[in-house]
Design a binder for this molecule. Structure first.
Ligand code: ARG
Length: 296
């Protein structure tokens, strides 16, 4: 059940099992955040340039934004030597709970050696929350959690990006193990190296994308499954991570400040944008969506 082009799609989203959205938000404290190596184009030229005090304030504002809209935030401590651990969308994929079973989480296999040691802290956290923790089966292939694998709001359907960080083969294994449909999207612009940099799901019918990050097949599937596709402009997408916005409740959209045209699109579509400054985190190639993990 892997879908690769619009002509493969033989279902409607409204026929898929309904899933309640997660209400808890995990964040990693930015104590050890810095740019210490370059593993995506946004990091180039920024080694050592993060102002830790400013980063901490920006992170704290983001956390209080989640608290302010009534979500339950949990904080993991960062670790020395793991400067990207603050991007906690990447180390796991929490799976919507099936009735009567404990919730599950899939651990990532990070592509970069710099980031592999981040995963055990998340394994421990989800274990402590009563999750069944799964590792990917044997075999090669990296997988970067919700950086690349994003749930369709309200339905049991996974969107899976590949091309830079996640190996497409992983989706075959995930689809089999979790018995779900996965729509596979090829990413081919290195500035948009994770799916969450160019694809932000807002509600069951609406997605915000930067269309230039996808090929024809990807755009075709997105248009087939979302009746409403908002297109963020290139400059706001590439420089300000407009499509790394996060809509945690199908209503509020937390977005990097300065994305004026994207904010206008969101307002016009009936969403409530909340602008925050994540400029220190943009230096490492991440913004709002990357800085949290939602779980049930
Ligand atoms: N420096 C990090 C990396 O390249 C940034 C990760 C951003 N996270 C995300 N979900 N896109 O891995």
């Amino acid at each position: 059940m892997i879908y690769k082009s619009a002509s493969d799609i033989d279902f409607s989203v409204s026929d898929l099992p309904a899933v309640a959205g997660p209400r808890r938000v995990l964040m990693t404290a930015p104590t050890h955040f810095q740019v210490e190596y370059v593993i995506n184009p946004h990091m180039a030229g920024h080694i050592g340039s993060v102002d830790t005090a400013v980063a901490h304030d920006q992170w704290a504002t983001l956390k209080s934004t989640y608290d302010g809209i009534g979500l339950e935030t949990h904080v993991l401590q960062g670790a020395e030597g793991l400067p990207d651990m603050v991007f906690c969308a990447n180390q796991t994929l929490p799976v919507p709970p099936a009735s009567g079973l404990p919730p599950r989480v899939i651990l990532s296999r990070m592509q970069s050696r710099h980031r592999k040691p981040e995963v055990p802290a998340f394994q421990q956290f989800f274990g402590s929350q009563g999750y069944d923790v799964h590792t990917l089966q044997e075999g090669k292939g990296s997988f970067e959690g919700m950086g690349d694998a994003i749930w369709h709001p309200g339905r049991l359907l996974l969107w899976g990006g590949f091309g830079f960080r996640t190996d497409p083969e992983v989706y075959i294994r995930l689809s089999g193990a979790l018995e779900l449909r996965i729509v596979r999207l090829l990413l081919d612009d290195p500035d948009f190296y994770h799916l969450d940099t160019c694809f932000s799901v807002l509600d069951e019918e609406t997605v915000l994308i930067y269309p230039g990050a996808f090929g024809e097949d990807g755009r075709g599937m997105i248009r087939k499954l979302f009746p409403r596709v908002l297109e963020a402009p290139e400059d706001e997408s590439r420089k300000l991570f407009a499509c790394n916005a996060h809509c945690p409740d199908q209503k509020h959209v937390i977005i990097q400040q300065g994305c004026q045209r994207t904010v206008a699109l969101l307002l016009e579509a009936g969403f409530e944008p909340i602008e925050v400054d994540t400029s220190e985190f943009l230096k490492a190639g991440g913004s709002v969506f990357c800085m949290k993990q939602m779980f049930w």
